[in-house]
Design a protein around this ligand. Structure first.
Ligand code: SIN
Length: 329
């Protein structure tokens, strides 16, 4: 019989570990209430798929995710990647910010062994809770050697997504995750079927957060009709070291906001143009944006553009160098 892989679980909380007052409630529960052991015990046959160990990093609703927890997770994953005893890692996480944590880990870990994030849309106490199957599928996926080459993965609702593209697309549906370029694969009754690989990341982690507990302060500003530049001024007053503008269409910026953002760029605060359109790529547009050295955010959504800008700022404030990182990652 083939040796079972050793999979280590890192629990951060979320609905998957949530307890509600009744078994028909799918909202109004306490996220992160169950331990790793409780979660594992709820999945029949899971110990046949792998030897499991686990630890709790946090027990939070992922809307409250912090950069300190991100840095702790990243360091712990890097330790596990190097200890030669762990075949795969699962991060148990709330779905609300799962895509952000996945992309952060994509850029700060080495991809030596599979790293898979999973969670649930229904609390553990609900009828037809989705957590047990998601966890079982995540364990199966983390035991597949090839998964390491796919970068950090999200396993939800039988579907495998890459960290860079995955996004939460529905407030309540079990089928909430999607990716503009499609999923990387599916889990079919315990068998992985890959469709394509991720495009962006190769080699060792491009950013290290080993000695950090916080990241440079970057705010996302939402572009709308009637903008008046006040949000830009407020962000700068709050100490922003970089700004992401979630603009309209192709990262377009209201002229009142553009005036204030241009002043910020002159003061050495990098400004990234992103879009709240939901899909597509932000490319060059107005000549003034290039003159003002605004950075084109490409196909990263605003919340992921913020993470890349934060990590970029740990190395440089130069808009040209940061632009290259947006093209590479
Ligand atoms: C959370 O993100 O922690 C709550 C929502 C969920 O896990 O679905």
């Amino acid at each position: 019989m083939a040796k079972r892989p050793h999979i280590h679980l890192l629990a951060t909380g979320g609905t998957i570990a949530g307890r509600a007052m009744s078994d028909t409630a799918t909202t109004g529960y306490r996220a992160g209430a169950l331990s790793v052991d409780d979660l594992v015990a709820s999945v029949p046959g899971i110990r046949d798929a792998a030897d499991l160990t686990g630890e709790t990093i946090s027990s939070i609703d992922s809307k409250d995710m912090t950069e300190n927890i991100w840095c702790t997770l990243s360091c712990r994953i890097r330790e596990l990647e190097r200890n030669g005893k762990t075949d795969g890692i699962i991060v148990i996480h709330g779905t609300d910010t799962m895509e952000e944590t996945a992309y952060f880990l994509e850029l700060t870990t080495d991809h030596r062994i599979p790293v898979v994030l999973t969670g649930a849309m229904r609390p553990a106490t609900a009828v037809s809770a989705d957590g047990p199957m998601n966890l079982l599928n995540a364990v199966r996926l983390a035991g597949v050697k090839k998964a390491a080459f796919m970068g950090v993965l999200v396993m939800m609702n039988d579907t495998i997504f890459g960290a860079r593209d995955v996004t939460k697309g529905n407030t309540l549906s079990l089928d909430t995750f999607c990716a503009p370029r499609g999923p990387l694969g599916h889990m079919n009754d315990g068998q992985v079927e890959w469709y394509h690989g991720p495009l962006h990341r190769e080699g060792e982690a491009p950013f290290s957060v080993d000695s950090l507990t916080a990241l440079p302060k970057v705010y996302i500003l939402y572009g709308t009709a009637g903008a008046d530049g006040a949000m830009v001024r407020a962000a700068l007053q709050a100490g922003a070291e970089g700004l992401v503008y979630a603009g309209t269409g192709n990262g377009s910026i209201h002229e009142a906001d553009e005036k204030e953002l241009a002043k910020a760029a002159v003061q050495g605060i990098p400004v990234v143009r992103s879009s709240h359109a939901g899909s597509g790529t932000v490319i060059g547009a107005e000549a003034s944006y290039e003159k003002e050295h605004f950075i084109r955010g490409g196909s990263l959504n605003p919340q992921k553009a913020r993470i890349l800008l934060q990590l970029a700022l740990t190395k440089t404030k130069d808009a040209g160098e940061i632009q290259e990182m947006f093209e590479r990652y």
